[in-house]
Design a protein. Structure first.
Length: 564
């Protein structure tokens, strides 16, 4: 009886403490709101210059949320539609055309297959001069998007400039759907392929539909490509895992400070491809929902993850309505894969003095165990089972891309060549490449090479140490040699420049689908996946954790293709 009284007394004290803490917290919230409201009022009434009250409030809110993490954000009414396009819906009213600004001029860069722009003979290279009678010079991209978009069935008038001729077009907007799955099909007669670009509404159903079509071809393996997929809706990720994993299996758990935000998500249906050999492709831009799928597939030993370490976003956001049709997106929880790990890579709870967040130290990372007993780690994204070195462009290729110097040549190529070979086989000839090089004459594609950057840093250090005079001659000679070497960069980096140019050209004929298909012939991760499908014993060794596959992504031992 005495023990029961002690327990009851302890419970009562705990409840009292919680109540007092809750009241104290409410008092602090109320106090700070009063201070903020009074400050806001006094600034608006008494500041020496005229103030914009809406801007003041927006800056105040942004600064407050900025002290948390980059995913917690305020969305005013004026930005609601853009927010929905980015995070929720894949549909809008428009003409289905991509634009590009070069030297202050707006050009059509790409038209979407089957959409109003293509139906009305809008072409890449057309310069847009006016939209609905409004001169677009100096307009922001957001303003241009608002002019081009509108309700389905409404007209938009364009004044275009094409090879010096003025062309007037009136186009009726249609509902433009940007699919979550831009491409799916068979890479050959054995391997299926699904590319998932985002996890917005209906993404689970789109992957399911694609998988069902591929299953009809009786594939011997499937590649699910999540590279450059920044994520989206968590529940859609669960649905996609469920396509490969049978029901009542835990896929992800989210845990928040608010108990109501702590939820475990399990598969709810029978899988439609429970035994199909699976490879998931990821890279450094695969984040959030992409990491939920890759992490679950890895932890459950359902497939092999290939590529590079993912971004490391282990946070869950939820949207809440605010007064006057505004929203706030709040990070409400962290998520954990089936092994129990959270792959969040940046520590937003302990920022540096300048406000930046650092990665969790390797010494703080903890080990977890997959279904088959393999060792994986938290705090650093999802490491692939098989790492493939990322493809990187050289500075000259980056310069050609960022300065849009492929654009004019791709348009000229299309004008001179009415048809080309199929997208999967398309390559430009050496003669085509020579023509492209000639087209660069008198165009600025200057850039600073990595070697030049290092040399400049060396020069600065020599100045600091008062040694510039001693090494000046050597540094100048080295600089001259580098300048001479740069002249050959168009030859040295010919292969990668050709690939980038081919991507631009093929989109003129086969649009986004063509770009994707044309890239297959150069794709190192897809090639590695095909090797795995051809070597089932290696796939089993990876999934069983044999030998060097026992540990994935150790903080002290970098994964390499040499080990695997």
């Amino acid at each position: 009886m005495k023990k029961v009284k002690i327990i009851l007394l302890s419970s009562a004290l705990a409840v009292t403490s919680l109540t007092l803490a809750f009241k104290e917290d409410l008092f602090q919230v109320s106090k700070n709101l009063d201070v903020f409201a009074s400050l806001y009022k006094e600034i608006n009434i008494n500041y020496v210059e005229e103030t914009n009250s809406a801007d003041l409030m927006k800056h105040g809110i942004d600064a407050m949320l900025g002290s948390l993490d980059p995913y917690t954000e305020y969305v005013p009414e004026s930005e609601i539609e853009d927010y929905k396009m980015k995070y929720i819906s894949t549909q809008y009213g428009g003409i289905g055309a991509g634009t590009l600004t070069i030297d202050g001029k707006l050009f059509i860069n790409e038209v979407s297959d089957g959409h109003p722009s293509q139906k009305n003979d809008i072409r890449p290279g057309d310069q847009i001069v006016k939209i609905n009678g409004i001169d677009i010079v100096g307009k922001e991209r957001s303003q241009i998007s608002q002019l081009l978009r509108g309700p389905k069935g409404t007209p938009v008038s364009l004044v275009l400039l094409r090879e010096g001729a003025v062309i007037n077009k009136t186009i009726v907007r249609e509902e433009i759907k940007q699919p979550n799955v831009p491409y799916s099909g068979m890479l050959n007669d054995q391997i299926g392929y699904i590319r998932l670009d985002k996890f917005l509404e209906n993404s689970g159903q789109e992957v399911k539909d694609a998988l069902e079509q591929i299953n009809k071809q009786k594939p011997k393996g499937l590649i699910l490509d999540l590279r450059n997929n920044g994520g989206g809706i968590l529940q859609e990720a669960v649905k996609i895992v469920n396509l490969f994993v049978d029901k009542n299996v835990m896929v992800v758990t989210q845990k928040g400070r608010n108990p109501a935000k702590s939820i475990t998500y399990k598969t709810t249906a029978n899988a439609i491809a429970p035994t199909l050999p699976l490879v998931v492709l990821i890279n450094g831009a695969s984040a959030s929902a992409s990491e939920i799928v890759a992490g679950a597939i890895q932890d459950l030993e359902r497939g092999v993850v290939v590529g590079q370490r993912s971004y490391g976003k282990g946070l869950v956001q939820q949207t809440f309505n605010l007064p006057y049709n505004s929203l706030v997106k709040v990070t409400v929880a962290k998520y954990y894969t089936p092994s129990g790990r959270c792959i969040q890579a940046l520590d937003y709870a302990h920022k540096k003095e300048d406000g930046t967040a650092e990665k969790f130290a390797d010494s703080t990372l903890k080990a977890f165990t997959t279904k088959a007993g393999r060792t994986v780690y938290d705090g650093n994204g999802v490491f692939p089972d098989v790492e493939v070195e990322a493809s990187k462009y050289s500075p000259i290729t980056i310069s050609l891309l960022t300065k849009n110097l492929f654009f004019d040549y791709a348009n000229a190529f299309k004008k001179s060549n009415k048809t080309v070979a199929s997208a999967k086989e398309f390559q430009i000839t050496d003669a085509d490449y020579s023509q492209f090089i000639a087209s660069l004459k008198n165009k600025d594609y200057s850039y600073t090479s990595r070697s030049e950057r290092l040399l400049n840093e060396l020069n600065k250090e020599a100045d600091k140490e008062n040694k510039a005079a001693e090494v000046k001659a050597d540094l100048e000679a080295l600089k001259a040699k580098m300048s001479l070497a740069k002249k050959s960069d168009l030859t040295v980096h010919k292969a990668e420049i050709k690939r980038a140019l081919e991507t631009q050209i093929i989109s003129r004929y086969f649009h986004e689908k063509g770009r994707i298909e044309q890239s297959f012939q150069y794709d190192k991760e897809i090639a590695r996946a095909k090797q795995l499908f051809a070597n089932q014993s290696q796939m089993l060794a990876i999934l069983n954790g044999d030998g060097s596959y026992k540990t994935i992504g150790s903080p002290t031992l970098k994964i390499s293709e040499n080990n695997h």
